[in-house]
Design a protein. Structure first.
Length: 396
């Protein structure tokens, strides 16, 4: 019997699925594969894939963390994270035409069909070229500052360096959106307008909550609440306006708002309010480096969770109170608070928090790919259902 003639019953909800299905049509959970060789092949290709629990192996901290986060998305089990696979295309040669093809996505004529979407892995690479470009720009401005040491040139240098990582991270999330249904023109608008709006919202919430400016426990917590809530409210506005209904869409919109917030904030910190002096080049580089896991990623996590909470319907206020969204929002607030809290400042602390942040991102990428698989399976099943009457009529 061919595998497409067999059926698989979901061990989670009991729904009957086609023999070649990898995920349950009803609940989206991974299905046991009929042929082990196919299963091994699919797992080998996955960049962020579902791990089958093994009772004989010891659970690691990463496995326990990704398993818990994955359960919040409706998934089950730990998620395998392979940086080598995820960044596998970064060191490969790519043409200018390939880069341009990425940037022109999202229009009515360049948005791919659901059946053509990648559902196994995402491998962004263009973001690395953007990072190199901005760093080269910074080097050129540094040479210019040596030849013409004017304060405007130095500020331009600091500004270029401070936005290098936020801009690159934004492009990474643009590449991760496999639906290719949001144009880069829209992303830039969200970044600029959303970044400014979220800063305003955060400052209003800061004032309302009584922020004193100190980064003790209370001050760091208030900052985390005000900034993360301000960003996700603005991201929610764009989600509502664009009727975003996919996890990757929410992630990209959140990343755009967060990147704008990070870029504008970094530039603001290039001037010391107490002395009026410009920050050093080293300070600009350090602040940009730490942007590898802050506002862009935190807002991307919260916005993706908001889309999951509202599902396919239009966003409503009550969706902000759903437990599966609040779990993610409270998580990024706590991470933000620990990042700012001055009780213990070290590179090690920031590295640990950066790792935790990106574990959230990778699990959400896995959930996004699972969503794509589910939608494609539903489309295939609907197509088979529609074709059945036509086939019966043809046979008669």
């Amino acid at each position: 019997m061919r595998k497409d003639e067999q059926v698989i019953f979901c061990p989670n909800c009991g729904t009957k699925n086609e023999g070649d299905a990898k995920f349950c049509l009803n609940c989206g959970q991974p299905l046991p594969q009929i042929y082990a060789d196919q299963s091994d092949s699919e797992n080998a290709k996955s960049t962020v894939s579902q791990k089958v629990p093994n009772q004989t192996s010891k659970s690691t901290i990463v496995d326990a963390t990704t398993s818990r986060i994955n359960s919040w998305t409706g998934g089950q089990g730990a998620v395998k994270v392979s940086l080598r696979d995820f960044f596998g295309q970064v060191f490969q040669s790519h043409s200018q035409a390939e880069a341009e093809e990425i940037f022109i996505a999202g229009t009515k004529t360049t948005t791919p069909d659901l059946a053509d979407l990648a559902d196994e892995q995402v491998q962004p690479w263009l973001f690395s070229r953007a990072l190199v470009f901005t760093l080269i720009l910074g080097a050129l401005l540094w040479v210019l500052s040596l030849l013409n040491p004017r304060i405007g040139v130095t500020f331009s240098l600091d500004a270029a360096l401070s936005v290098a990582v936020p801009v690159s991270a934004l492009i990474l999330f643009f590449e991760v959106n496999v639906y290719r249904n949001i144009s880069f023109y829209q992303v830039i608008k969200i970044t600029l307008v959303g970044g400014a709006l979220s800063l305003i919202a955060a400052m209003i919430l800061d004032s309302f909550l009584g922020m004193s400016g100190a980064l003790n426990f209370t001050g760091a917590l208030i900052t985390g609440i005000a900034e993360e809530l301000g960003k996700v409210l603005v991201a929610g506005y764009f989600i509502y306006r664009m009727r975003a209904k996919h996890i990757f869409n929410g992630m990209l919109i959140g990343a755009a708002v967060g990147s704008g917030f990070a870029a504008f904030e970094n530039i603001m910190y290039m001037v010391d309010d107490s002395t009026g002096q410009l920050a050093s080049v080293t300070a600009a580089l350090v602040r940009s480096l730490f942007s590898i896991s802050d506002h862009t990623e935190w807002c991307a996590i919260a916005a993706a969770a908001l889309v999951m909470a509202k599902e396919t319907k239009q966003l409503e206020l009550e969706d902000f109170l759903r437990p599966n969204f609040l779990k993610f929002l409270l998580s990024v607030i706590v991470i933000h608070m620990l990042w700012d809290w001055d009780i213990y400042t070290s590179v090690i602390k920031n590295i640990i928090l950066a790792v935790i942040t990106w574990l959230f991102v990778f699990v959400l990428i896995h959930a996004g790919l699972r969503e794509v698989k589910t939608l494609q399976l539903q489309m295939k099943k609907q197509g088979d259902t529609d074709a059945a009457p036509e086939q019966a009529q043809s046979n008669s």
